[in-house]
Design a protein around this ligand. Structure first.
Ligand code: PSV
Ligand code: MN
Ligand code: MN
Length: 409
């Protein structure tokens, strides 16, 4: 099999592993990705939601689901928590979470404050003209930092949905000042090992302007907040045609990339399974990670941010983790040294073929071999479907979910 680098994805040649295969195995061994608790729950579209019998409705169920995805894929050591949805008692919920960590052998990942759901936030949270509302938002952020400390979790991951719907109705400049003040105070509360990730999104729910609309704004806000603040790139939060891997390259260069929220989309923030629309983009992003210097990528968190109304929650999550592993393996196949040489000599077609051939190589047999060698199911999706877990949670949760209300998470 020819991958354009001359190495191919065959695992051995007379018992000798190719350099490409070695790179793929090392990449798979190191690859970890965080799953979102909300990806296992009944979440909706803007107009409603279709309830699934096996959806998780308690934090205990979400932990159990995340642990099962980890058991199937070997790549999910942490689950992201949304404070309002998963820790309704705030710090008072920490003991329960610690118990679930111990029970399931996975840890709490990023802590996601919720600055968008409560009535007070109609005109914004940390950018709200009302100082009392801003104080409420700050208190929630500080509590989220404290929850992170108590759980030993590294990242407080902030998505600020603030903005306005009509021109002239808000002062964009004053809102920047309010935001800077609160982000600075939140940063000051962080522990030594903690970071603050600033997520951006150009559209919805504020249709005219969102206060953190793109990576430039997120970067500047992070810089002003302090050295523990980094930018979070959610792949669904860009305009059509944006070159996301170029943003990744810049943020890596500036030592400002904190992590990713991975998902796919066709139109806007669709939160679809990874690579379902554009796997080449995932490959290109992973290539930026793998071709960067080690100190530039240290600490960059891979997280999933997806939700599904149509696909089964567990199946969708396993699909995404498997797609991520496969795309990462493909990106690891690129012979970086050869590619750099071709780029320097401007041998354009050869450089493109070297790059593209790695993408077109079917790495699935190799990934399967790696899974088996690591004691993991060779086909995680098939194992999920034929195993007992899905069947038992469907049976157990069906009755409870039939009468469930329709809160977002
Ligand atoms: C917003 O669209 C977002 O991407 C943020 O990360 C939120 O925390 C998450 O989705 C869940 O609403
Ligand atoms: Mn996100
Ligand atoms: Mn989103």
């Amino acid at each position: 099999m020819d991958d354009g680098s001359g190495e191919g994805a065959m695992s051995t040649n007379n018992g000798v592993r190719s350099a490409g295969t070695e790179r793929v195995w090392a990449a798979l061994d190191s690859f970890k990705i965080e799953v979102p608790s909300w990806g296992f729950a009944n979440t909706g579209t803007r107009f409603g939601k279709f309830m699934q019998p096996a959806a998780a409705s308690t934090i205990a169920q979400k932990f159990a689901d995340a642990a099962e995805v980890n058991r199937l894929t070997g790549a999910v050591p942490t689950v992201a928590l949304h404070v309002l949805w998963d820790l309704p008692k705030g710090l008072g919920s920490v003991d329960e979470i610690k118990g679930l960590e111990a029970k399931h052998g996975i840890k709490s990942g990023s802590i996601n404050p919720n600055l968008f759901q409560e009535q007070e936030y109609k005109y914004g949270s940390i950018c709200n003209p009302n100082p009392e509302v801003r104080a409420k938002a700050l208190a929630h952020l500080i509590e989220s930092v404290e929850i992170g400390k108590a759980l030993g979790s590294k990242d407080v991951s902030m998505w600020v949905s603030d903005g306005s719907n009509y021109p002239g109705t808000q002062s964009m400049r004053r809102r920047v000042e309010w935001m800077e003040e609160i982000l600075g105070k939140t940063h000051a509360a962080l522990g030594d090992e903690q970071r603050m990730l600033v997520e951006y999104k150009p559209f919805e729910p504020a249709f005219y302007h969102t206060d953190i609309a793109d990576w430039g704004m997120a970067l500047e806000l992070a810089r002003r907040a302090g050295p523990k603040a980094k930018v979070l790139v959610d792949t669904g939060h860009h305009y059509q045609g944006t070159n996301i891997e170029q943003i990744v390259a810049w943020l890596l260069h500036l030592n400002a990339l904190g992590g990713f929220h991975f998902n796919d989309r066709k139109y806007a923030d669709d939160d679809l399974t990874l690579g379902s629309i554009d796997p080449y983009q995932v490959f290109r992003i992973f290539h930026e990670m793998l071709s960067a210097k080690k100190d530039e990528t240290a600490g960059v968190a891979f997280m999933i941010d997806q939700s599904h109304n149509m696909k089964g929650k567990m199946e969708a999550m396993v699909q995404t983790v498997v797609a991520a592993q496969e795309m990462y393996a493909k990106a690891a196949l690129v012979d970086q040294e050869m590619l750099a040489g071709l780029q320097d000599e401007c041998r354009l077609v050869e450089a493109e073929e070297c790059f593209r051939s790695a993408f077109w190589t079917d790495v699935r047999p190799l990934v399967r071999e790696w899974r088996t060698a690591r004691g993991l199911p060779a086909d995680p999706l098939d194992s999920l479907r034929t195993g007992r877990y899905l069947e038992s949670i469907t049976r157990e949760r069906e009755a409870a979910n039939a009468g469930a209300g329709s809160s977002y998470a």
